[in-house]
Design a protein around this ligand. Structure first.
Ligand code: PEP
Ligand code: MG
Length: 762
């Protein structure tokens, strides 16, 4: 685009490309086998481009590139020369999917010398990828004896020619080659990504932004194509302007800033000029969009700057929209009506609200090329109980709409077009999981009471209104942790009082009288709000976050407290504060609460029936202020994720250290027992809401040190409850007392041994 460093220039490509197109069309119309046609194609290209060599390499199933046709290299090398994936300059062009233009190829360190081809006498080399809907089919190469860099015009012409070659390959006009290139879109493939939301899902692909496959490349009536392009551009711009004008639409899916960026691109003169030039050179409007998209992508992805990568995404989205418009799909807005009943959604990247736009009854799994475990789409996928995998490179390009897909968010694998064996294996796995789930479901209304009669309250962790049905489905006693920051993270502007009230009110209503503990804003650290200016910090986890930010920015915090109070009018309000470090911070919190209560009182608004204010126990300093803390709070909730991060000084987001220290070890368990005892002494209710609670073996240890209330992900309620039902609390208490008295014991192993011997289901 003409934004940075891409100056407008006159494009004199028309004649060469037109000549080539006419000749290639003639070749395709002739009788003869595919190889003969391919031979003629390379001859023609070499002739028109004044190149001594023109070769076509096609991608094989294993990723290698086979020389399929050549003009100029030794004929005996055809079908004999194969470049391994990434090998040589040709392999490099394939890997990067972008042109390689080398004035003196043999002197390039990546050059791979193949004596059988006789190419050592050629110096200049230009290789362009042969792409079809973004999928690499092969590489088209020209070479010349003289050392020289090919002009931009040469690059453009060869790229456009590569598109035409791609069409002939895909339509099977070149027999024998189609097997090599179509394989990647018909055979089974496995993409390795990262699980971002637990589960296994079998279903059929639905592309979040379905790619339109361009089938007609050469224009029959160039002026009619130009008219189509003009009309489509106008429709695209109008639709984006309309979107921006409608606040409700931006709220329903796209973020406003994203739309602004789209709009900026849609009006970009450089983009329009390139599209027009492509049509002028003889392409259909659709082919022009694809060509400009491919060549711009190659250029932008070469930039390692995230700014450019983001711009590329915008351009991809815009190009796809324009294709949809050209295909007659109204404003280019996605049509979800063709979702399979067992949809696996495949996306480059996706906003969280966009995922919510889909019909949930048809969604089974999600595959995103970008998303990480911390991404917002991951948060929503978890909330919806969808198996999801992020970092699935190339998923969009490798899948066809309707393909069978398996999402294994245990191993992080996405199986595209799996074989019957794989489908059977996974069907068994899913059945097994379903049976296990049925067993847990059957326990839904059974209270969590140990064999010796100790009741343990089980709560769920939640963060979105859509999580609340899990409360009833799992049979949990309440919501032990409602992470209010999620609403803030998903929104593109700071949620105003009214929006907050609405959310909290809805949560309380849907909880149907079961207790809900709201956690006050826990932002800062790795939880970034795009619209809130936060300083760059050396150690964000130890930085200006949670209550620290709330006390320094009391206006934000007071708005949230007011929202809690208004939403809980006439009901019980429970809220807690994250990252409390000093007991006295709770005084500051209570001060702000009193001020808000006064305001509401003066306005004669109905107040909550009761108000409980708790502290999250996440920072070890509180271990040495326990009495003071207990006096100032109505309840304590241990955030074991942060507590263990700070106790062991091990960053929970850093894979190098996050698993280094086992929380099921004496230091952590002794700290936890100290908290439980102090709370019991002061009769302060205590619960634990970190990951530790959701794992049956660690939940067993927690019961052993005195916890009688825990909060966890909804999916963990069943497994933890079946552990409790088979547990003798007295015995595990004795075991923990003994283990924590001694030094150097492998506590986890001892707990496993105990569970095995006692028949505890873990
Ligand atoms: C915790 O730290 O254990 C906790 C529950 O809070 P979060 O994971 O949201 O930091
Ligand atoms: Mg925490």
């Amino acid at each position: 685009m003409s934004k940075r460093g891409d100056e407008p220039r006159v494009l004199p490509t028309e004649p060469a490309l037109r000549v080539l197109m006419r000749r290639l069309r003639d070749i395709m119309a002739e009788a003869g086998d595919g190889q003969a046609r391919l031979d003629k194609i390379v001859k023609q290209i070499a002739g028109v481009m004044v190149a001594e060599v023109c070769s076509i390499y096609l991608k094989r199933q294993d990723g290698s590139l086979e020389l399929f046709a050549t003009e100029g290299l030794n004929a005996s090398a055809v079908h004999n020369t194969r470049m391994k994936r990434g090998e040589g300059l040709v392999g490099r062009c394939a890997e990067m999917k972008e042109p390689v233009n080398e004035a003196d190829a043999p002197s390039h360190p990546a050059f791979s010398y193949r004596p059988e081809t006789g190419e050592e006498i050629y110096h200049a080399l230009l290789a362009v990828p042969i792409l079809r809907s973004g999928e690499l089919l092969g590489v088209l190469v020209i070479q010349n004896r003289k050392t020289r860099e090919y002009s931009d015009e040469d690059v453009e012409v060869l790229q456009a020619t590569a598109m035409i070659v791609a069409e002939h390959l895909v339509t099977g006009a070149v027999a024998g080659s189609s097997a090599a290139i179509e394989i990647s879109k018909t055979l089974s493939q496995v993409i390795r990504g990262e699980p971002i939301s637990e589960g296994i899902a079998l279903g059929h692909a639905h592309l979040h932004e379905p790619r339109i496959v361009v089938t007609k490349l050469m224009a029959e009536d160039p002026s009619a194509e130009m008219q189509r392009l003009t009309t489509a551009m106008l429709a695209l711009r109008t639709s984006l302007d309309d979107m921006l004008a409608h606040e409700h639409l931006s709220g329903a899916g796209e973020h406003r800033e994203v739309l602004e960026a789209y709009r900026m691109f849609a009006h970009d003169k450089g983009w329009e000029r390139r599209l027009r030039e492509a049509v002028e050179s003889g392409l259909t409007a659709e082919a022009a969009v694809e060509r400009v998209q491919n060549s711009t992508r190659a250029r932008m992805l070469r930039q390692h700057d995230s700014y450019w990568r983001e711009r590329q995404r915008d351009l991809d989205d815009l190009s796809d929209r324009l294709q949809r418009i050209l295909a007659g799909k109204a404003s280019g807005v996605l049509d979800h009506s063709e979702m399979p009943p067992d949809t696996i959604l495949i996306a480059r990247n996706m906003g969280p609200a966009e995922l919510l736009d889909y019909d949930r009854t048809k969604l089974r799994g999600v595959v995103v090329e970008d998303g990480s475990g911390q991404s917002h789409v991951a948060i929503v996928a978890k909330a919806l109980g969808l198996a999801a995998i992020g970092q699935a490179a190339g998923a969009v390009e490798r899948v066809n709409a309707g393909d069978a897909v398996i999402v294994d968010a245990e191993s992080g694998e996405v199986h595209l077009r799996p074989s019957p064996d794989v489908i059977n294996a996974y069907s068994d796995k899913v059945r097994f999981r379903a049976r296990r789930q049925q067993r847990f479901d059957a326990l839904r209304d059974t209270p969590a009471v140990t064999r010796d009669g100790r009741t343990v309250a089980l709560h769920i962790n939640a963060g979105l209104v859509v999580d609340i049905p899990h409360l009833h489905e799992s049979g949990a006693d309440g919501v032990g942790l409602f992470r209010t920051e999620l609403q803030f993270m998903l929104s593109h502007v700071f949620p105003r009082l009214g929006r907050q009230v609405q959310t909290y009110r809805q949560v309380l209503a849907e909880a149907q009288g079961k207790p809900v503990v709201f956690r006050a804003l826990d932002i800062g650290g790795d939880k970034v709000l795009p619209y809130l200016k936060q300083p760059q910090e050396e150690n964000p986890a130890l930085g200006w976050r949670a209550i620290r930010m709330s006390l320094d920015r009391p206006a934000l915090f007071r708005t949230q407290i007011r929202a809690f109070l208004v939403a809980a009018a006439g009901r019980d309000l429970r809220f807690m504060v994250p990252m409390v470090t000093l007991a006295s911070e709770m005084d500051a919190v209570r001060d702000l609460l009193s001020k808000e209560l006064e305001i509401l009182d003066s306005r004669r608004l109905e107040l909550p029936r009761s108000i409980s204010v708790g502290a999250m126990f996440e920072v070890p300093s509180l271990l040495f202020e326990l009495d003071a803390l207990m006096r100032k709070v109505d309840f304590i909730s241990v955030g074991s994720n942060d507590l263990s991060q700070f106790l062991f000084a091990a960053d929970r987001t850093n894979a190098l250290v996050s698993k280094r220290f086992d929380p099921l070890s004496a230091p952590m368990l002794r700290a936890l027992r100290t908290v439980v005892k102090a709370a019991a002494k002061r009769r302060v209710p205590v619960t634990l809401c970190g990951e530790l609670a959701g794992n049956p073996i660690s939940a067993m240890a927690l019961i052993g040190i005195g916890f009688r209330s825990v909060s966890m992900a909804p999916a963990s309620i069943g497994p933890v409850k079946s552990m409790i039902l088979s547990l003798d609390a007295k015995k595990v208490t004795a075991l923990m007392d003994d283990l924590l008295k001694r030094d150097g014991v492998a506590i986890r192993a001892e707990l496993e041994r105990f569970a095995e011997a006692e028949g505890v289901e873990i």
